[in-house]
Design a protein around this ligand. Structure first.
Ligand SMILES: Nc1nc2c(ncn2[C@@H]2O[C@H](COP(=O)(O)OP(=O)(O)OP(=O)(O)O)[C@@H](O)[C@H]2O)c(=O)[nH]1
Ligand SMILES: [Mg+2]
Length: 245
């Protein structure tokens, strides 16, 4: 298939991202990528992000639709629903991207290039390959935690990727079908890990392109203690599930 004719759906989960979403959509539009669509997955944000998204669907700069869910139910659940919808609506490539402007839209072209010209099943926007970087304003302990989380996950699951918890990725639709995305159970950071694990477990290849990650400038983090605890336990669940099979 030629690159020009493919449908690329960017799935963006939102919870209280009213100020960030219009900026993100402008950044996506500025990339000038043919066949680009945005699917916002909003969990009934109290700040009115859902209405902001509906307005962008009517008069925004790129084709955009909104999946409204009734309550905040976690990042993983939002992605599973959004990716399933994107596949149903004929996406050839599905991109997962945060709404808080942490993920640079310019990298999407590089990711699509890798999918077009290699056998990679998925491409990560990676903070830990040469040319990539974590947020420059992260304090040392946040950097250390991120580096530790990567080493922890890679040691248990042998993913062989530099950025095991990356949340910015471009998926071939065929890969999402092969890993049966609808059945993924993890919800927080471990959603990213379980998705990677399902790829490597099936002998498929994960590629990485460098990104410079930026800290969110508007709004507040949704990272919770429950999410962190889940992140620590899921690699073990995945590993022992495998040894039981
Ligand atoms: N629909 C939905 N979106 C969510 C939920 N939790 C987080 N998000 C969105 O997922 C993306 C990532 O969440 P963040 O709060 O930025 O998480 P983070 O990047 O780990 O934390 P920060 O470092 O503070 O940015 C953002 O676009 C959030 O709005 C949720 O339960 N439902
Ligand atoms: Mg964030």
């Amino acid at each position: 298939m030629s690159e020009a004719s493919q449908k690329v759906t960017v799935v963006v989960p939102t919870y209280d991202e009213r100020d960030n979403l219009p900026k993100l959509v402008d950044q996506l539009a500025a990339q000038g990528i043919d066949g680009l669509h945005v699917l916002v997955v909003d969990d009934n944000s109290p700040d009115g992000t859902g209405e902001v998204a509906e307005k962008l669907a009517v008069d925004g700069p790129v084709p955009l639709s909104v999946l409204h869910r009734t309550a905040k139910n976690g990042l993983g659940r939002a992605y599973v629903d959004g990716m399933t919808r994107a596949l149903d609506e004929g996406a050839d490539v599905v991109i997962q991207m945060d709404a808080d402007l942490s993920h640079p839209a310019e990298a999407i072209r590089d990711m699509l290039d890798v999918l077009a010209h290699t056998d990679a099943a998925v491409v990560l926007g990676s903070r830990y390959v040469p040319g990539g970087a974590t947020a420059s304003d992260w304090p040392w302990h946040r950097k250390a935690l991120s580096a530790f989380a990567n080493r922890y996950v890679n040691t248990i699951l042998r993913l062989g990727v530099k950025d095991a918890t990356a949340g910015f990725k471009a998926w071939r639709a065929s890969t999402l079908r092969a890993i049966d995305v609808a059945s993924v159970e993890s919800n927080g950071y471990s959603f990213q890990v379980e998705m990677n694990y399902r790829v490597t477990e099936r002998g498929m290849r994960i590629a990485e392109v460098p990104i410079r990650f930026e800290e969110r400038s508007e709004g507040v983090s949704k990272m919770s203690f429950a999410v962190q605890l889940e992140s620590a336990l899921v690699p073990w669940r995945l590993r022992f599930a495998k040894s039981r099979r």
